[in-house]
Design a protein around this ligand. Structure first.
Ligand code: CO8
Length: 257
């Protein structure tokens, strides 16, 4: 594993996965996502593991999908790569998964945190869907999960302006479970994972499935719709301009085509 570190026994019955591309603020490239999928699949099968914590580092949980990797892609390239197959496998993890978030949780990083079952955040955590600023839109569930978590008005504002939400506001609006001081965010997540790990693993799995079922049918349709529109963004000049501007560290000049 190049971009993640796995400790299958961080605590009794609790595994820890750390995203590990610190220089790139844990930007989620295709390899990292495949490694994460493989690790979750393996931990899901290991009998001694009952709950899983995913974390980044103090500065960043993940600053989104890897813009440098996506910048030159066409809509058809994106469709053919089908990276969301990996995301679908991740969301099908049977054991409870907790995100321990500090610093940036942006774009795909925010979406990854929301794909987990619970989120513990440090007081420095910032959540956002800033894709609009680089000429695209959320593609890994952001338009669906954020809207369900914090409601239409707040979600619409975040998705249309790219504005970040602080950990305190994220707690207030129901996006996360709780905020703790930065030195405690991982400890708190491991503690919560340990609590869940003391329950019946069978009941925990079934209960997780049932809670997710509360919105799953709608979610499937919503995700499908979101993906089509996300791919369509890659047919625009604005996507090329937006992502190139990020890579070249300048302001984008969007033209509406
Ligand atoms: N992709 C690639 N590289 C990144 C990313 C990213 N998302 N975020 C940061 N980096 C890199 C920077 O380019 C920089 O690298 P270098 O040192 O080589 O120039 C390094 O990480 C450090 O970043 P900054 O110097 O920019 O650090 P700052 O503290 O000045 O700024 C920010 C931090 C505000 C987080 C800034 O880096 C930023 O705006 N990042 C991009 C955030 C963003 O737009 N995220 C959304 C990406 S699109 C997306 O997620 C689509 C999701 C749907 C599909 C999911 C499929 C996987």
């Amino acid at each position: 594993m190049d971009f993640i570190q796995v400790d299958p026994q961080a605590r009794q019955h609790v595994a820890l996965i750390q995203l590990n591309r610190p220089k790139e603020l844990n930007a989620l490239n295709l390899q990292l996502m495949s490694e994460l999928r493989d690790a979750l699949r393996q931990l899901d099968e290991e009998e001694h593991v009952r709950t899983i914590v995913i974390t980044g580092n103090e500065r960043a949980f993940a600053a989104g999908a890897d813009i440098k990797q996506m910048a030159g892609k066409t809509a058809i390239d994106m469709l053919n790569v089908d990276q969301f197959a990996t995301w679908d496998q991740i969301r099908k993890t049977k054991k409870p998964v907790i995100a321990a978030v500090s610093g940036f949780a942006l774009g795909g990083g925010c979406e990854l945190a929301m794909t987990c079952d619970m989120i513990i955040a440090s007081e420095t955590a910032l959540f956002g869907q800033p894709e609009i600023k680089i000429g695209v839109m959320p593609g890994a569930g952001g338009t669906q999960r954020l809207t369900k978590a914090i409601g239409k008005a707040k979600a619409m504002e975040m998705v249309l302006t790219g504005k970040f939400m602080t950990a305190a506001d994220a707690e207030k609006h129901g996006l996360i479970n709780r905020v703790v001081p930065v030195e405690l965010f991982l400890e708190e997540a491991l503690e919560l994972a340990t609590q869940v790990a003391q329950m019946s693993p069978v009941a925990a799995r079934l209960a997780k499935e049932a809670v997710n079922r509360a919105f799953e049918t709608q979610l499937d349709e919503g995700l499908h719709f979101e993906r089509k529109n996300f791919y369509l963004c890659f047919a625009s000049e604005d996507q090329t301009e937006g992502m190139n501007a990020f890579v070249e560290k300048r302001k984008p000049a969007f033209k509406g085509r």
